[in-house]
Design a protein around this ligand. Structure first.
Ligand code: KIV
Ligand code: ZN
Length: 388
């Protein structure tokens, strides 16, 4: 894999499912996993095998079915969790155990109630146990965003020595700011002597709305795996959104020089599938996958786009799986968009006067109605023509 290729690790089926109310059945997870495989996601985190019998079966079913993506199960740094993950992943063409432990002072003191040295010891043991059952092991330092850098350097060096091939740096509570998170990644890569033996990954939460910005800052500073979810689903305010991160990298390739293997034309169908299965609607103004992401309403914008799409579009709607961009006719729309839509409906005007008077009627109607549909336009014309 070239050094400018960023691995996309999708955790919609694990962290995404941690959104309150987003729980999924085995068959629903399988349908989403197939759609992620179609997108050419590199790694699919299918669930947390130890969490329940249902999740074990989901991971196993996905591991048996998916051939083109690595299938991963989460596990705490505990023997039973690791063994359960390994068992669920047995049928996988390519499987990964993802084991984690908290490394921030607040988590070690209050949640784990463990001394930092014991946390290191348990991590090394967990990574070795996972490696004995699976060649591909990822180790995560939970709450790395609030962990001490020196401690992260020590524990990560030992986890790599124990056999972890991906090291994940989660900003578990979405606390980091892009410039400092990028700097953390850069320092870890510079200071850990065996850092070149592993791919560094990030897993950013969106509590401050910065998950994608932090992920971008991380790859600029050397991270080469990003953990994300479709529609930004995930615990609390969610995770970095796959579609925003991937399109950020692709749209700004000239500046960033990085790429992913994602087949972007499958993004919108994947987003719609996740939304319909979880029952979580996508907000209309959501970047890339929101219904308004490629819709133009103001007359000035519509006129610009009709003359040259790139005046107001940095991405082609078709490139992410929409049929086309959209001109929404409303009170802000201009004559050019109105005339174009009328022509699309097969309605021409014999004179400038006829166009002007119908456009005037359209504006009067648009002042009363939020959106004007094709049927309204047709009615407008039959009314005007009867008037004449
Ligand atoms: O947010 C987090 O820290 C996680 C880990 C388990 C990777 O989801
Ligand atoms: Zn998480």
């Amino acid at each position: 894999m070239s050094s400018n290729r960023v691995v996309i690790f999708d955790t919609t089926l694990r962290d995404g499912e941690q959104s309150p109310g987003a729980s999924m059945t085995r068959d629903e997870k399988l349908r989403i996993a197939k759609s992620l495989e179609r997108l050419r996601v590199d790694v699919i985190e299918a669930g947390f095998a130890m969490a329940s019998q249902g999740d074990f079966e989901s991971v196993r079913a996905i591991a048996s079915t998916i051939k083109d993506s690595t299938v991963c199960s989460l596990s705490r740094a505990l023997d039973n969790d690791i063994d359960r993950a390994a068992e669920a992943l047995k049928p996988a063409a390519s499987g990964r155990i993802h084991t984690f432990i908290a490394t921030s002072p607040i988590h070690m003191q209050y949640k784990l109630q463990m001394e930092p040295e014991k946390v290191i010891e348990q991590s090394v043991h967990a990574v070795k146990r996972a490696r004995n059952q699976c060649a591909d092991v990822e180790f995560s330092c939970e709450d790395a965003g609030r962990s001490e850098l020196d401690f992260l350097c020590r524990i990560i060096e030992k986890a790599i020595d124990a056999g972890a091939r991906t090291i994940n740096i989660p900003d578990t509570v979405g606390y980091a700011l892009p410039h400092e998170f990028g700097d953390t990644i850069r320092q870890l890569l510079e200071r850990i002597p065996n850092a070149d033996k592993a791919i560094f990954s990030v897993h950013c939460h969106n509590d401050l709305g910065l998950a994608v910005a932090n992920s971008l800052a991380a790859v600029v500073n050397g991270a080469r795996q990003v953990e994300c979810t479709i529609n930004g689903l995930g615990e609390r305010a969610g995770n970095a959104s796959l579609e925003e991160f991937v399109m950020g990298l692709r749209t700004r390739k000239d500046s960033l020089g990085l790429s992913t293997g994602i087949q972007t034309e499958h993004i919108v169908p994947a987003s719609k599938l996740v939304s319909s299965i979880t029952g979580f609607p996508v907000q209309p103004n959501k970047a890339i996958v929101g219904a308004n992401a490629f819709a133009h309403e103001s007359g000035i914008h519509q006129d610009g786009v009709l003359k040259h799409r790139e005046t107001y579009e940095i991405i082609k709607a078709e490139d992410v799986g929409w049929n086309t961009n959209k001109m929404v006719l409303g009170k802000l729309s201009g004559r050019n968009a109105f005339k174009t839509r009328m022509e699309e409906l097969g309605i021409g005007f014999d004179s400038k006067e006829e166009l002007d008077s119908t456009f005037k009627k359209f504006k009067a109607l648009a002042d009363k109605k939020r959106e004007i549909y094709d049927e309204d336009l047709q009615a407008l014309v039959s009314d005007s023509r009867t008037d004449i």
